[in-house]
Design a protein around this ligand. Structure first.
Ligand SMILES: [Mg+2]
Length: 172
């Protein structure tokens, strides 16, 4: 069933709400991060102080990180540099190559890698396809790339169902 591939392992409202210590306890050693609307608001030039501190917490917990973005301009590179983590651009998510590249850069296999992203059809689907521990977050802003109306409507529809599933599971 397609819904299974679109369902993350876990749902947290925002990236800074993900507890690095808990990831470590769950056997995670590396984190693949979506950029737009996950690490920074869409088109934001720099990460917020809260995100910088969260990335420091990741590092102190001994976790590696890599940004994977479908974006390909200078802005993502500058943000990754500001955070001190590598970046794979022009990713064409959910196609797996960029996720595999990120895991190679970190030197960590999929079963020990978490993915954090705000989109089901790119981040979560792609992460599940390569066998990562997928974490869905709410988008930081409602602005996004001009994707087709149909895809956006479909995403909204599926998202509500997927979050219901996750919250039922997390309560159980
Ligand atoms: Mg995103």
């Amino acid at each position: 069933m397609i819904l299974r591939w679109l369902t993350p392992a876990c749902y947290v409202t925002s990236v800074v709400g993900v507890d690095p210590q808990r990831l470590v306890r769950d056997g995670i050693r590396g984190v693949v991060l979506d950029l737009d609307n996950t690490v920074v608001a869409w088109d934001a030039p720099a990460p917020t102080e809260a995100v910088r501190q969260w990335v420091d917490r990741l590092r102190r917990a001994g976790l590696k990180a890599c940004i994977v973005s479908n974006n390909f301009r200078d802005r993502p590179r500058a943000i990754a540099e500001a955070l001190g983590i590598p970046v794979v651009l022009a990713a064409v998510k959910p196609i797996p190559w960029a996720f595999r590249r990120a895991m190679t850069i970190m030197g960590i296999p999929a079963r020990q890698t978490a993915l954090i992203g705000d989109q089901l059809f790119t981040d979560i689907l792609g992460g599940n396809l390569v066998g990562m521990y997928t974490i869905l977050v709410d988008p930081l802003s409602s602005q996004e790339f001009p994707t087709t109306k149909l895809v956006r409507r479909l995403e909204r529809l599926v998202r509500a169902r997927v979050i219901d599933r996750i919250q039922a599971r997390q309560k159980a």
